[in-house]
Each structure stands twice: as C-alpha cells, then as structure tokens.
Design a protein around this ligand. Structure first.
Ligand SMILES: NC(=O)c1ccc[n+]([C@@H]2O[C@H](COP(=O)([O-])OP(=O)(O)OC[C@H]3O[C@@H](n4cnc5c(N)ncnc54)[C@H](O)[C@@H]3O)[C@@H](O)[C@H]2O)c1
Length: 424
C-alpha cells in the first residue's frame, strides 16, 4: 500500500514545540501499528521568512496538494512579523488554496475537572462546530482610504456565496446524520446583517427540510448562542456558522473544555475524500510561552488523533484521546490544566500510555477499516444539489431592539425551529 504522506509544519512560537510532540506520537503509532505513514518536515514560518523571504512557495503548495494526504500545522504568528505576511500565505494558502471549506472543531471536555462552569461536568460539553473556512470576512477584500487622516475609512468585506453557505451547512447535517444527532444549530446575526445572513437562513431552511424529520434545523443568533453555551452547553451537539463567528465561538468552546491547550481542529473539503486535509490545534503561537517548554501539547496530540481517524485509523484516535484523558485525571499535564509537567514530559507520559494501550489491541491495521467519524462527510453526488427556492421577501428595517427575545413578525422559514420565536 502506498504510504499516506503527512507534511509537518511547526510554524512559530510554541508551534514547533507541540508539533515535535505530535511527530513523536505519530512515529510511535506508526511503529506500534505498522501503519503506512510517511512524514515530511517543512521549514516554513517566521524564522524562514525573516531569513530568506520565503512564505509558502508555489512548488511546496503544489507538492503538498499532489503528494500529501494530510498536513499537521502548529501555529503561525510572530511579533517580529507584525503584518503576518507569512502566516496569511501559509494558512490561507492551504485553507483557501486547497478549498478546505470546513473547519471542524470538536469541543469536548475530557474531565469534569476541566469544565469551568458551576455544577457542570464533562458530560455537558460535547459539541462540534462547523466553521465556514474560505469566505466571510477573512477573505481580505476591502481597503483603507485616507489612511492616517481624521477622515480615514477602513473596510473589510464579508463574502457569503450561496455555494459556500450551502456546502458548510450540508456538511454539518451529514455529520449529524452519521453520528445520530437530531438537531443542527445554525448561528448567525440575521437580525443585524440582513442581507448576508438572510442567505444563511434561507439555505439553512431548505437543507433542514431535506433532513427532516430525522434532523431538525434550529436557528440561534450568535450572541444568544454565547449566552446559552455558558448557561447549558449540553443543549448543543452540532453548530454550523460562518468564518468569523466560528473563530470566536470555538475559543469559547475551548474554554469549556479546559482551555486552548485542549482544543483540536481539522480543515477538510467536506465532499472530497481524496483531497489533502489540514489539521491544527486551535491555539495560536502563544509568544508568552514560546521557548519555555510550558505549552500544553495535548491540543496537538488530540489533533494528531483527528488526523489518524481521518486517514482511516479511528481506533488509534480513541486510544490517544483516552490517554490524554488519563493524563488529565492523574495530573500528568502542564500547569494550564492543573499539572506541573513541561511540554515534553506531559507528551511523553501520554505516549507511554498510548504504547501500552496499542499493545493491548489485537485488531489488524488497515485503512480499509472505515473511520466511524472520518471526514469528509458528504457523498459527492449530494454536493451542490440544493434546489434554488424563492427568496422570502426582504426583512423590513424594523428596530433591532428586542428582536432576540420577541419575534416581531412570523418567522418566514418553516423548515427551521427559531430559538428566539419559540424558546425551548
Ligand atoms: N491558526 C493559527 O496559527 C493561529 C490561531 C490563533 C492565533 N494565532 C496567532 O498567534 C499569536 C498569538 O495569539 P493569541 O495570544 O491571541 O492566541 P494564542 O492562542 O496564541 O494564546 C492565547 C492564550 O492561550 C494560551 N495558550 C495558547 N496555547 C496554549 C497551549 N498550548 N498551552 C497553554 N497555554 C496556551 C497563551 O499562553 C495565551 O495566554 C498571534 O500572532 C495570532 O495571530 C495563530
């Protein structure tokens, strides 16, 4: 079998420190399970950029696309490069260059101890956010006018295409179907962003009707979602939203699961199983921790687990997650999650657990073992087949005050349960 090639990019700050541990874990799993995995280390990041001006060369972008099954990225962002040129080229070069439109972020607490909410435990925090990854306000369209003067104008355009909205929503529904979830929540701000987010509502309504009655679509304003996530996160299993809101909600989600040191993510094309996918811990380069050996490596180790599941090794992902959970329970972890260990020692403890657990497993390796939770999620034939329905008439410019609590007029999307019109 041709090995699955995995590109490793440490990046900046704590990125290389946690990716080093990710690599050691991958090597251990490969050795123990005799997995056909080939690792390819790439020297990209702020150091390289400052050394020779390289950000994300076209030949590397193409080679990854042609040869790799996956990329493991640490983090990008360095105070020496305030313009973030290299970060933009590398991160967006992969997310947008490979059209990895689904940023999948599981928010799952592995221990009661890590849940910061009074009276809540790990069982209450278990949801997945599907963040649109190639559009929205992150596309960089816009500009500045009369810069530096009192009349300065600064604009960032928020791009929402029907294709982009449809495919991320459909990906979330397919995930819900595959995992037996009965509700998908869609978070927007359609009461204020009446053009772009009315499109989200309309597409969500149409797709919800396709999946009814097994799966219900529920609409919730993003500000209210933040409130509900703190009041009772157990109400949520699958959340789909745009690029900006997904970025913000998942930091909140990370806080519910024990902090950024525990949050993993995948960037995938939801319809194309053969396309390279990119995996990264949710955290950034944490310049305050860089070089101190104090960064929590667990987000990166859990991300490696997601990658292995995606490549067809879901058992190995479960073993990794269980080992991390044990490390948390036994406080064999870094200070941010209540331990005293450094990055390397915490990761080494998990590796030893993983080694023992894998040796106890008897099933044979093989990518033919279908990953129960592998991505992508949507059969290609289903992709892009949304029938264009008529747009409900434009919302009237009513006062926004109180729209979250009180419906001002009948909710015009019969396929969706509106949280705000009919509170649970
Ligand atoms: N995808 C990415 O590469 C990515 C994501 C977010 C931020 N960034 C960049 O990272 C840089 C720093 O950004 P920031 O400070 O806003 O976010 P950050 O995620 O780097 O850090 C936020 C806080 O969380 C802590 N933290 C983060 N990861 C941790 C870990 N593994 N273990 C323990 N504590 C951890 C940090 O110490 C800091 O207090 C910026 O340049 C930013 O643009 C990059």
């Amino acid at each position: 079998m041709k090995p699955a090639k995995i590109a490793l990019i440490g990046g900046d700050g704590i990125g290389p420190e946690v990716v080093r541990e990710g690599r050691l874990l991958l090597e251990l799993v490969r050795e123990e399970r005799n997995l056909p995995l080939e690792l390819w280390e790439l020297d990209l990041g702020a150091d390289r950029y400052l050394r020779d001006g390289t950000t994300f060369p076209a030949e590397v972008r193409v080679a990854i696309q042609r040869e790799c099954a996956a990329v493991l990225l640490g983090a990008l962002g360095d105070p020496r490069v305030p313009g973030m040129e290299h970060a933009r080229d590398i991160l967006f070069g992969m997310r947008q260059g490979y059209d990895l439109f689904a940023n999948v972020r599981p928010c799952r607490a592995l221990s009661d101890r890590l849940v910061p909410l009074k009276g809540r435990g790990a069982r209450d925090v278990d949801f997945v956010v599907f963040r649109e990854n190639t559009e929205g306000i992150y596309v960089g369209m816009g500009g500045q006018f009369k810069r530096g003067t009192p009349d300065e104008v600064a604009i960032n355009e928020d791009i929402n295409t029907r294709k982009g909205v449809e495919r991320i929503i459909r990906t979330a529904f397919e995930f819900a179907k595959k995992h037996g979830h009965s509700v998908v929540h869609m978070a927007d701000k359609s009461n204020a962003m009446r053009h772009a987010h009315e499109l989200w509502l309309r597409v969500f309504d149409q797709i919800s009707r396709e999946y009814a009655p097994d799966i219900r679509g529920k609409h919730v304003y993003v500000d209210a979602l933040c409130l509900y996530l703190i009041q009772d996160p157990s109400q949520f299993r699958v959340i789909v939203t745009n690029n900006l809101f997904g970025d913000i909600i998942t930091d909140l989600g990370a806080a519910l699961q024990g902090g950024l040191g525990m949050a993993s993510s995948a960037n995938v094309h939801g319809f194309d199983a053969g396309r390279v996918a990119m995996f990264e811990p949710v955290h950034g380069s944490a310049p305050d921790l860089a070089g101190k050996g104090a960064a929590n490596p667990f987000a990166c180790l859990l991300t490696v687990g997601m990658m292995l599941a995606h490549l067809g090794y879901p058992e190995e992902e479960q073993v990794i997650e269980a080992a991390v959970a044990r490390a948390i329970d036994e406080r064999q972890c870094t200070p941010d999650v209540g331990g005293t260990l450094g990055t390397q020692a915490a990761a080494a403890w998990v590796r030893e657990e993983v080694r023992q657990a894998l040796r106890a497993l008897h099933s044979t390796p093989g990518r033919e073992r279908l990953a129960a939770n592998a991505l992508p999620l949507v059969p290609p034939a289903r992709a892009g087949n949304l029938a264009l329905g008529p747009a409900p008439s434009s919302p009237s410019p009513t006062s926004l005050q109180g729209t979250q609590r009180k419906a001002l007029r009948p909710f015009p999307f019969p396929g969706i349960h509106c949280w705000h019109c009919n509170p649970p």
